[in-house]
Ligand binder design. Structure first.
Ligand code: NAD
Length: 681
């Protein structure tokens, strides 16, 4: 557990990046100092934030009061003495090594000795910035992506002497502001620019070699990588010289292969943007796609080979930071590893480079992409869901990897097992597309297999000697809420929210939710949650017993460790009364009325607003799913839980094969309201 406790953030440099980083910190509710060379420059940064937020108000994203609240968290200043209380300082001044080193010298003088110092440099090594400050071991790289208030990705970079505890604290500080961190070594281009810059550069090489014209390369790159902007448009948006500069840095420090294409240098010399309009010649698609894939595959494999980043972080970087639908390693698996290696070879052989072993000798073996990371700390086993861009949704592969991680924890001898999510979700449900694809093919077996794997995982957890803790920092929905319910304890932070949205998509909670939820919060409130899909916030979760503790984000890890010391939760008693008066009307209503009573309207809501809202919400759900959920809840609440779990699993076929299930899940994917079968009560 980290000794660092991050509460006060500061950003140095109120330009494009600095003001955006401060905006994100403030939006997530944290106070932030925004420091620049003088008051005017700092205030300009604040105004830049105001302008952007104002646009959000015009688009209906923010209410005016929220804008004022966010701006109220930002303190623009040129007074460096205010940095004395900062716990983390993020430098985002000009990309000039001497300017950055000056800043780090000054930070060494004014900051606490254990304040974390981060640099947002794109092209220098972190160690070269860190070396001039006191305690360089508390320095990390924090490389954000434009626009940092919107783009969630941040590379957290450890240099040679970064203290692991400082790294962990910097990482946690990024999660606390809603960022998706990936880990990088201190190497040129870090993870993402290492392959993204060559991808752009190769596009210009294709032009130089006369393989195709700009509109054709632009079109083929967009089609092959599934992106909205091709390399030439991207260069225009970010500034053509920036691409040349980035390629130059990689070329100087790594290999001539990375050096800028001649056409790129010429274009910078001309001082013009690229003209990418025109008609694409579709016959050239393969020639272009193969080259761009070859470059990407080579560099991605090489950076993993050099331990700059992991396979998983390379892919997350592409999906979250660049918004590619698939990361390089997913693309390698899709192309087939043998073919991917051949494409890479064709690109680099003329540069005297070799394709790294990772893909060169894999034959037809797939690259293993971990979706569930298993780690160990001093006395804890940690299982981390690591698909932040899919909100860590469960699927068969995740389930199988989860089972392996649980097994590793079991034999590790560690005293507790903590489950956690990365990004904005703990685990937000299951892979709906997988369900839809199978139902459209009229196959239920893979769905049953998925549910079986989930049931086995959660039962294995319950059967363990080690206490299990769900560390819930964000969305905890559907399968995620079922996972947390299978843990001995649930510890959450203020942004956590819990819900069972299944009946709204024509199904029921099928990973033990109909069994563990009523035993945890009482049958009436379990019915309320499952029938209405109502999402409850962290406060309410603790009130009704869904969660055992609510603590600030910075205290999550320590609190989980405390709960582990309590040992296994030796059987909760199912609540038989409402938790307090606030919940009494819902408790009474769902104790008194059946689904058919409620749906046929023969109920007395007593004029209670919460009850009326619940009835309204139920009218939008699948009647068939509501009845199935009710049947399951009523039939099993007094059974031994194991028998109830078996019964839930057995009933899934009937639920999934009803037309409401396909309709509900399809409607979710298509972003429309479902049309369920009519109520026949
Ligand atoms: N723009 C991008 O897309 C991007 C992406 C990732 C990283 N970066 C990196 O972020 C950093 C900032 O880039 P930017 O685009 O925001 O630059 P910018 O020119 O918009 O802003 C730099 C700010 O730093 C201030 N500044 C300069 N010297 C200072 C000092 N000694 N003390 C305090 N403030 C000082 C300037 O007044 C200015 O407001 C650079 O290191 C850049 O490489 C940029």
């Amino acid at each position: 557990m980290s000794a660092y406790n991050i509460r006060q953030y500061a950003v140095i440099g109120a330009g494009n990046m600095g003001s955006g980083i401060a905006q994100k910190i403030a939006t997530e509710g944290h106070p932030v100092l925004l420091v620049d060379v003088n008051e005017d420059a700092a205030n300009t940064g604040l105004e830049r934030i105001r302008t952007l937020l104002q646009k959000g108000v015009e688009r209906g994203v923010f209410k005016p009061e929220k804008v004022e609240r966010i701006l109220g968290n930002v303190t623009p200043t040129a007074d460096w003495s205010q940095l004395a209380d900062a716990d983390i300082v993020i430098e985002a001044v000009f990309e000039d090594l001497e300017v950055k080193r000056d800043v780090f010298r000054r930070l060494g003088d004014v900051c606490k000795p254990d304040a974390i110092l981060g640099t947002n440099t794109s092209s220098f090594l972190v160690k070269d910035v860190a070396s001039v400050t006191t305690n360089p071991e508390r320095v990390v790289g924090l490389h954000y992506f434009y626009h940092p208030a919107m783009n969630r990705l941040v590379e957290v970079i450890e240099h040679e002497t970064t203290d692991p505890a400082a790294f962990d604290a910097a990482w946690a500080a990024q999660e606390a502001i809603g960022k998706t961190p990936i880990r990088s070594a201190d190497a040129p281009g870090f993870v993402v620019n290492r392959y993204f810059v060559p991808w752009i550069n190769e596009s210009v090489r294709l032009l130089d070699e006369g393989v195709a014209d700009i509109p054709t390369i632009e079109w083929a790159a967009k089609k092959c990588f599934g992106v909205g902007m091709g390399p030439f448009q991207l260069m225009n948006v970010t500034g053509v010289p920036i691409s040349m500069h980035a390629a130059n840095t990689l070329g100087h420090t790594l290999h001539g292969f990375y050096a800028p294409a001649k056409g790129l240098c010429d274009q910078v010399e001309k001082g013009e943007d690229w003209d990418f309009d025109g008609k694409a010649d579709e016959s050239k698609y393969n020639a272009i796609a193969d080259r761009l894939m070859g470059v990407t595959f080579y560099v991605a494999a090489q950076l993993v080979h050099e331990s700059v980043g992991s396979v998983e972080d390379t892919d997350i970087g592409a999906r979250v930071g660049l918004r590619w639908p698939m990361g390089p390693f997913q693309m390698i698996n899709k192309a087939g590893v043998e073919r991917a290696a051949a494409l890479a070879e064709a690109v680099v052989v003329s540069h005297g480079l070799e394709v790294p072993y990772l893909i060169a000798n894999s034959g037809d073996r797939r690259i293993h992409i971990s979706m569930v990371n298993y780690e160990e700390s001093e006395n804890l086993a940690l299982v981390k869901f690591s698909r932040p861009d899919s909100l860590n949704a469960l699927n068969v592969q995740v389930g199988l990897q989860l089972m392996t991680a649980i097994e590793r924890a079991r034999v590790s001898g560690k005293s507790g097992l903590v489950f956690q999510g990365t990004g904005k979700a703990f685990v937000a449900g299951a892979d709906i597309k997988f369900f839809v694809d199978n139902l459209e093919r009229n196959t239920f077996e893979p769905i049953y297999h998925f549910a079986r794997v989930g049931h086995d995982c959660f039962r294995t957890m319950s059967g363990k000697r080690q206490p299990t803790i769900a560390r819930v920092q964000g969305l905890c929905l559907g399968g995620g809420a079922e996972l947390s319910g299978a843990c001995d304890f649930v510890v959450c932070s203020p942004k956590a929210s819990f819900g069972f949205p299944e009946t709204g998509i024509g199904i029921i909670p099928g990973l033990g939710g109909t069994q563990r939820l009523p035993r945890r919060i009482g049958l009436p409130l379990a019915k309320w949650m499952i029938y209405t899909g109502q999402i409850v916030d962290a406060n309410a979760a603790v009130e009704i017993g869904l969660a055992d503790a609510l603590v600030p984000f910075a205290e999550l890890d320590a609190t989980c460790a405390e709960f582990v010391k309590r040992g296994r939760q030796s059987g909760r008693t199912t609540p038989v009364t409402a938790p307090d008066t606030r919940w009494q009307s819902l408790w009474d209503f769902f104790s008194s009325y059946s689904v058919s009573d409620i749906m046929s309207g023969v109920v007395d809501t007593g004029g209670d607003a919460q009850v009326e809202k619940s009835v309204k919400r139920m009218s939008q759900k699948s009647y068939h799913a509501l009845l199935a959920a009710e049947g399951m809840l009523n039939a099993t609440v007094d059974m031994e839980i194991e028998a109830g779990l078996d019964m839930e699993l057995d009933h899934l076929r009937e639920v999934f094969l009803h037309p409401d299930a396909l309709e509900g899940m399809k409607s979710l994917l298509e972003g429309r309201r479902p049309e369920f079968e009519a109520v026949t009560a």
